[in-house]
Design a protein around this ligand. Structure first.
Ligand code: GLC
Length: 580
């Protein structure tokens, strides 16, 4: 009973303060405080968020119509996937004009209105910059391929065919896995680490670099607040093209990431762009070691603000994963960045299937609880949290069983490849139902009307049929929904700077079911307990909770703490404030 009352009081206080504090400048007196460390980033995949004009594709006007919803989440920044002109071979990650808006998404006026609308609501905007490659329909490439003597020739990587076949390079999206595409127009091969419609830009060319910095300044002058650099760890290349060992493609990151003068290019970018604006910067990928990651983000090096490493998000496999491994990965990354550098914390994005389907449990009894538990994890770790659209509703994998339902070039080309080599297509489809990026790209589920209220037209990709029960309107009206829990856990982070800056200490390290840790700093100590399983699980920690305040829990009935025994119910999550 006492526990009940304490929970209710702290919840009221939490909600009251959260509603009344919104800080643009750092809320902490900590000398290392920065707005981007305190930011809570909400990632929007524009194609799938909200369609305003009925063509079945999400657009900027659609996002504008939902700005109050975004504000209601309490998030402080939005990361938008690419919105530039693009033939959409890879849904906007193939840019044909970096200074224009993709027709499907709207106009530059729409963009200006979106930025203004976000800023009026105190929300910052982080844009996605695709600078490792452009579209083959970009005018640079059109010029480049037209003649060996064109002034744009060296904007890309070419290998003249009279020199024989170039040394093998692996392509992530090519049906044959070949990153060199022969172009008869000039009897030469061009390099594409991704699809053949995504030729790699030649960062070794200073003129290209200057063009790119000008583009970045164009957007920074518009007032955007941050840059996410897509696939940037691959940008620098050894243009002598040494041969790589057989089978290198299985560990291609070792050969592609952080090559040549990458750090030099980032330092130049910092000098030319980042240092001139109050913007945050994050590149996708963090190299191959902690040393690589530190070299990207240690503040005295003047490169980037924070790492975005894949070790955590890559953990789940169709057969499951080990929580011990998960704890080890996140704890290692935390300790490696205790003193310098800064981390991103995320469990999903547009390149992953849905968070609850991979890390949690999307079966009906546990979807709600495990979604809330995972949101608690993201919001209570050290590092800037990135939260992917739809995860706040607990949206799940759609699990297509027909290849014709897929839209993603990665899945479609991998399917073709399997077909060509006589692979096991049944097995392939099963794997993709678990991991295909399209699982995470289905339309946002706004309500239970046709197409989940996403579009009045035909959606570009199927809507998950579970929208009748999992949707924003229904969850908004339910105080115990995943959505309302998400708002509370966001408020919790905003009102407890210990969750941003506090030291992270892992407890009960060898417990295979429970993730327990404390966050200490800024005058307080919080304890986080998370059960990652569908069974009751005991936390072996020696902390007396009888005097602790339960700040947040994903169960309506607070836990009973019989004789100091802490037994967590399935996927239970709890955040306690400990007495000092
Ligand atoms: C990055 C993006 C991914 C894209 C690829 C090529 O990994 O996150 O969506 O397909 O780069 O641009």
């Amino acid at each position: 009973m006492k526990q009940h009352l304490r929970f209710a009081i702290s919840f009221f206080i939490l909600t009251f303060f959260a509603k009344n504090t919104f800080a643009q400048s750092p809320a902490s007196a900590n000398p290392n405080a920065k707005w981007w460390k305190e930011a809570i980033i909400y990632q929007i995949y524009p194609r799938s968020f909200k369609d305003a004009d009925g063509d079945g594709i999400g657009d900027l006007k659609g996002i504008i119509s939902k700005l109050d919803y975004i504000k209601s989440l309490g998030v402080t920044a939005v990361w938008l996937n690419p919105i530039y002109s693009s033939p959409n071979d890879d849904n906007g990650y193939d840019v044909s004009d970096y200074r224009n808006i993709m027709k499907d998404f709207g106009t530059m006026e729409d963009f200006d209105a979106l930025l203004k609308g976000l800023h009026e609501r105190g929300i910052k905007l982080v844009m996605d910059f695709v600078l490792n490659h452009s579209s083959d329909e970009h005018k640079w490439f059109q010029q480049s391929r037209s003649s060996r003597y064109n002034i744009y020739r060296d904007y890309y990587h070419w290998w003249n065919a009279e020199n024989g076949k170039p040394p093998y390079r692996y392509s992530l999206f090519d049906v044959n896995g070949d990153a060199w595409k022969y172009d008869s127009l000039t009897n030469a091969y061009y390099l594409h680490y991704f699809s053949r419609k995504q030729p790699d830009l030649n960062w070794e060319n200073p003129t290209l670099r200057q063009e790119v910095f000008d583009i970045m300044k164009f957007w920074a002058d518009k007032g955007i607040d941050g840059f996410r650099l897509d696939a940037f760890q691959f940008a620098a290349k050894d243009t002598t093209y040494p041969g790589f060992p057989n089978g290198f493609e299985k560990k291609f990151n070792l050969y592609y990431a952080m090559q040549g003068n990458l750090h030099g290019y980032l330092q130049q970018m910092y000098h030319e762009v980042f240092s001139k604006y109050d913007v945050m910067s994050v590149a996708e990928g963090a190299g191959n070691s902690f040393a690589d990651a530190h070299n990207l983000v240690d503040s005295n090096r003047h490169e980037l603000n924070m790492t975005y490493a894949f070790d955590g998000v890559d953990i789940p496999k169709p057969e499951g994963y080990s929580l011990l491994h998960f704890k080890e990965v996140f704890s290692k990354w935390d300790s490696a960045f205790q003193n310098d550098g800064w981390l991103s914390i995320f469990l999903s994005n547009h390149d992953q299937a849905r968070m609850v389907s991979r890390f949690g449990n999307d079966s009906p009894p546990f979807r709600d609880l495990s979604s809330k538990m995972l949101a608690t994890f993201i919001m209570t770790m050290r590092g800037t949290p990135y939260f992917y659209y739809g995860d706040e509703l607990g949206m799940t994998n759609i699990r297509f069983d027909d290849i014709r339902d897929y839209r993603d070039i990665e899945t479609l080309n991998a399917y073709e490849h399997q077909k060509n080599i006589g692979g096991d297509l049944k097995k392939f489809m099963k794997l993709k139902a678990f991991e295909s990026r399209d699982n995470g790209r289905t339309p946002f589920q706004w309500n239970h009307s046709t197409n989940a209220g996403f579009t009045s037209g035909t959606p570009w990709i199927k809507v998950n049929p579970n929208y009748k029960t999992i949707n924003e309107e229904t969850e908004n009206a339910d105080p115990n929904s995943v959505l309302n829990y998400f708002k509370n856990v966001v408020n919790l982070r905003k009102t407890h700077p210990a969750l941003v800056y506090g030291k992270y200490d892992l407890l009960d390290k060898t417990n295979p079911d429970v993730y327990a840790y404390t966050r200490t700093g800024e005058g307080e100590k919080l304890l986080i307990l998370l059960n990652f399983t569908s069974k009751n699980a005991k936390a072996n920690i020696k902390i007396d909770l009888s005097k602790a305040n339960l700040l947040l829990s994903n169960y309506k009935i607070p836990p009973s703490l019989d004789q100091g025994n802490i037994v967590l119910r399935p996927y239970e999550s709890m955040v306690y404030k400990l007495p000092r």
